[in-house]
Design a protein around this ligand. Sequence first.
Ligand code: BGC
Length: 735
Amino acid sequence: MARRLAFALLPPLAFAAFVRPAAAEDKPPYLDAARPVEERVEDLLKRLTLDEKLLLVHADSKFTTAPIPRLSIPQRWLSDGPHGVREDIGPHDWRPAGRTDDFATALPAGVALAATWNADLARAYGETIGQEALARGKHIILGPAVNIHRTPLNGRNFEYFGEDPFLASRMVVPWIRGIQSQDVAACVKHYALNNQEWERGTIDVQVDERTLREIYLPAFEAAVKEGGVLAVMGAYNRFRGQHACHNEYLLNTILKGEWGFKGLVMSDWSGTHDTREAARNGLDLEMGTDRPYDQFFLARPFRDLLDKGEVPLSLLDDKVRRNLRVMLETKVLDGRPPGALNTKAHQETARRVAEEAIVLLKNDGTLLPLDASKLRTLVVIGENAVRPHSHQGGASEMKTPYEVTPLEGIAKRLRATKVMHAMGYKSGAWSPDNPPGHPDPETLVARAVEGARQADVAIVVGGLNHERFQDAEGMDRKDLSLPGLQAELIRRVAEANPRTVVVLVSGGPVDMETWLTKVPAVVQAWYPGMEGGDALAAVLFGDVNPSGRLPATFPKKLGDSPAHALGAYPGKGGTVRYEEGLLVGYRWYDAKGIEPLFPFGHGLSYTTFEYANLRVERPREPAAGRPPVAVVRVDVKNTGPRAGAEVVQVYVRPVAPRLPRPPQELKGFAKVLLAPGEKKAVAVTLGAEAFAFYDPAKKAWVAEAGEFRLLAGSSSRLIRLEAPFALEATATLAR
Ligand code: BGC
């Protein structure tokens, strides 16, 4: 219709120009970007031979699939993820490809992004990776990674968004929308229940249905339903006996059936184990299997089954459709924009995320923020003060143009202060194969203590790194302890100089029992990416007021955390039973009355906030869409001397639920920036889903009528105001 109208209005000359030249007329429908994607998919599908179809469902190198030049289908490039665009690997082994043009912006780790509680930053994070992926010629980025922190020991927690399904869901959606706005597909991983690295390729996870739905799936569900994610990566582990990469229930029933996922499911690298299951149970793209490419499960062996008529061709067609759909949705056949790599804007995003991620865990007295003008001498202690991290970490490793270390960031920030560095501890320094002449651990501590004695202030930058059994892929931590003599180092430095700040670089909690009371200030910096040192300095010297909040509980001791308290980690005889059920993270501590070291949602500021006037409104129903059920409003005032951001957290507490429920659950939050003295009315909207639980009998989410308390606070344990709320009608939520 619009076209015909245009004809009518065009003068004769313009009409001539409108007629497409013969070549364009010949363009097959699938190459016509103006046509609907589904039409193009069907057109392309029918042009593919059987062998060409098979090429689209498995890899032809470590991170690519084969091109089909006859049909203008390019080689498709996948890349890790999730903290930026990884350097090129392979093609046929895990060695770096040795290019010189594959440096990229290293953003802070996933757990750090979650600690910002800022969805706008998640969007910027996704956009940044999208632009860099375009510039690097990548079509699919293997991220975000959203497995729930079930145990603080999981070696990959640093990549994930913490222990809470609601927080993870709110952060994953903008991440995905951001990257996909750049015509690059996100691949959310690892679906599902990959909550430990121990025996990750074989472990069988047994978890009840409600816990699966309420704790482990929501971030994936939000990625699919709200984020419109185009790809999903299966996990290594098994679920109820079957590998997650070809798990009938997870992939066919839930992901593609209930959630209506139309994109592609890829395997994790070497996560495919069986041709029949891969063919039937929803795997659409096989990657990384340790065999010749034509022997991949979805290559020749799949073809054999098709030839024998053991599986129908429609199964292959469905997989191909999904691969083509992702290609066409991301304009792979239409020409994508050039993108941009390592821009100032990207570095700025990396820095903003790092700044907002930093959590001020403890600040007794007034040591922080440090006053640069009054510091004559400063000693910065610790290997992590001078150690970059972005280039390590397994799949998430990055090749960065630079990484500002904490020492560099701090030294840059200071003009007239003498800055000293003492190593204090060194990874591997306690190893028996210590090279001769290398200072032994005791000497490192003694030198640092000497430095602390001479300085006005000591900053110990410790924590973990990406070496084996720390924050590392393929293995879990063995316990919460700080490696080597770090705990002793902190104690002795603090004795020598009471003005000691501890900065922890890590993906999660560490044991602080023997030193926490001896130091006035502790800062959690996570893995802050390549702008991390500047971000840290900005927080330490008060240029930035910290506003990060913990996305996971920090326990006093490992045995307090649910899976460990129950002896339900790492499993026995190849099976791990999630015996804590719904009581993951703060849900457990709250239910059992265990005091955490630092609770979920905790984070201090250099200013103070006052909450007043909590009110709950029942909005009138809008004409369409799922109506909000309650709007929680609270006035938040900055009562201190500095501008700062508060994260208002809204928890819902069911008063007398029919089925057992966690005492309180995060269901909304808002981050609000306030000038000194400024007051804002903060509104958090709750839909019916905020009150709902998964009813296994009804196989549905149900919000049951009844009494609730709505809590507004600065952490899960610092509830400032609360109000009763009655849900009047029971609602079964539509899928
Ligand atoms: C990891 C994935 C990663 C893939 C490709 C696997 O070992 O589990 O997260 O995307 O390798 O590097």
